[in-house]
Design a protein around this ligand. Structure first.
Ligand SMILES: *Cc1c(COP(=O)(O)O)cnc(C)c1O
Length: 230
């Protein structure tokens, strides 16, 4: 169902507010605002919310579940230049489905997942843009390659021409003070620099300013744009 006029207005206000935060953070950090992309995280929100954000100029959306992404991509296939990035945990047995969708995969963190994605991408004759997820906070329960294992994984990924590694992504440990995330963002930026990778997906609603100061090229914002998830 299409958004009501009130919902559309709320969305427009929120989106603008987030865009302004990004712009302000860029100016404060002496960066070109065009060097930071906004990934609007739309998980659990209906396709019509994406459509409304698209009408406001937003083009890139983040989704966490393959089935949900497929349904939304189909419902929105009439929108030119709409693109998705898969930011959820990807099971290997979903690789076959995900390569058929108009999305990049930002959560590659093992050779076995990468090999499966490459194999499935080759079958549908496409290349897949990916980010490597790094567990910079070294949290045992969290996905992502450990920093010391990144070099080897990147080396192995060079042998998979179907995957185009654009950069790195991280979800730092949850904390009350956004300033605590800084060292993790800095560590990710350092790794990207060492490996000559351009894209840095880091920073969410509470800490996007800090992420931008530390070099983020993509911030992932959900609630601050679409409101609370059901
Ligand atoms: C859900 C999600 C977000 C967005 O979170 P919000 O708190 O809604 O802004 C960002 N990154 C990842 C990886 C997510 O899963």
């Amino acid at each position: 169902m299409a958004l009501s006029p009130e919902e559309q207005e709320t969305l427009a206000t929120r989106l603008k507010h987030v865009q302004e935060r990004i712009e302000r953070a860029c100016h404060a950090a002496g960066r070109d605002p065009r060097s930071v992309r906004l990934l609007a995280v739309s998980k659990f929100h209906p396709a019509d919310a994406i459509r409304a954000a698209y009408a406001l100029g937003q083009r890139e959306f983040g989704e966490n579940y393959v089935q949900e992404l497929r349904e939304k991509a189909e419902a929105l296939s009439d929108l030119p230049d709409l693109s998705f990035r898969f930011i959820g945990h990807l099971q290997r047995n979903k690789a076959r489905d995900v390569v058929k969708l108009p999305c990049a995969v930002d959560t590659v963190d093992s050779l076995s997942l990468a090999q499966e994605l490459a194999k499935r991408a080759a079958k549908v004759e496409r290349t897949l843009a990916v980010l490597v997820q790094v567990n910079v906070g070294r949290e045992p329960q969290k996905a992502g390659v450990l920093p010391e294992d990144l070099s080897l994984l990147l080396e192995e990924l060079k042998g998979l021409p179907q995957l185009r590694v654009q950069g790195l992504m991280t979800i730092p440990p949850a904390c009350d003070d956004p300033e605590d995330a800084r060292k993790h963002f800095r560590a990710l930026a350092e790794l990207a620099k060492v490996h000559g990778l351009a894209e840095l997906s880091m920073g969410m609603s509470d800490d996007l300013e800090i992420a931008i100061e530390e070099g983020a090229t993509m911030v992932r914002i959900g609630t601050a744009i679409f409101g609370a998830r059901a």
